[in-house]
Design a binder for this molecule. Sequence first.
Ligand code: NAD
Length: 428
Amino acid sequence: MEQKTYNPYVTAQTQFDQVADKIGLDQATRELLRQPSREFHVTIPVKMDDGTTKVFNGYRIQHNDARGPAKGGIRFHPQETVDTIRALSMWMTWKCAVVDIPLGGAKGGIICDPHNMSLGEQERLCRGYVRQLAKVMGPVIDVPAPDVMTNGQHMLWMMDEYETIHGGHYPGTITGKPVGMGGSLGRKEATGYGVIYTLREALKALSIDIASTTASIQGFGNVAEHAARLYTKLGGKIIAISCWDNNDKASYTYRNKNGIDVNQLASIKDAFGTINKQKAIDLGYELLDGNEWIAQDVDIILPCALENQITPETLAKISDKVKVICEGANGPTTPDSDEIIKEKNIYLIPDFLCNAGGVTCSYFEQVQCNMNYFWSKEEVLEKLDQKMTSAFHAVHNLSKEKNLYMRDAAYVIAIHRVAEAVKLRGWI
Ligand code: NAD
């Protein structure tokens, strides 16, 4: 059977159009918000260690900045596409709006595979990217952050290049910086913890005791690892975790029906979130096909890796036991799967609400940089919990009140806020 392919930008626009119809959004606002405001496509020549020069393609896409400076991560990925970045920039706008922080939406990406690049090559790539975009980014314009396969070190190289070009200290230019260099305590944990704060509240609303639940997770990178840590701390049991293995160019699911020890599994993964296959087998994990994470007999599934992972084909394998889907990743579910999730009456915590903890903490990082005064980790996580909990309840309550699917309820709140900002500014 031929595999259906999904374009995330089409997904993002389909989701938007459906809600725009529901709330009767006027034509001009609809046209403005269903596409990015600005796109920058750049070429980045990088001197490689072997003396050759390689030209990389990079993008920065600003979807909307009516509520504040554009905000969004920068990804490194060999299969990055402009449409994926367009979709992600749109989701960033809704994400900042649904948690009610004064920022807009953007996303960046560079087509590259850091697995095959030395640190020096990665540094030159980061600096080259900023040289191309220094005029259209900055604390009051557009503020990047880490995302898939980028980290605090990449952000610091980018900030340093920006400050060199602009001649001053501008720590609010970029977030996700290392702690001690303008970074916020708690940023590392923020997205994964935010995922679990929303899950905790959803389970309360469903009258399910988190300590009686089991879960399966796709991914074991930044988001998944910290989500796994907090979920198990609250008493939940993780049965399976899947990740990508770059040596085998395949994904695997690691299963322990008695419950995964997150610390142990984290101790045998690399910086890209890949679990060492042999060590996992030696520790007694069952090795299953990469797609098996979704087929486990668990209460909760957490897609925390990539977009387009929950499709009608993969949903066909889902257990009847699953009660909650917690979207840690951006765009993990295709629109045709939403219909099946509704039919199955599975409670969905939609991506741009569920994983908004990262950008919320990035916003806290900017606030701390502006004050030049940094909070304790407890203070950061407490403020994060408050923001995520209140955003969750606003969406949950609207979904109950108006009998809306959770994704639609989150969109209604976010679109209303952005449309209002656009109108107040007199753009429409
Ligand atoms: P990461 O690069 O740290 O980790 C990605 C993980 O996904 C790795 O463990 C990798 O092995 C795994 N993976 C990749 N392909 C896979 C496949 N086919 N099957 C199974 N596993 C696979 O990335 P991250 O920062 O954890 O981001 C994960 C998702 O969360 C992305 O969709 C990202 O856009 C989203 N997100 C991240 C943040 C953040 O703060 N890092 C914030 C919001 C949303």
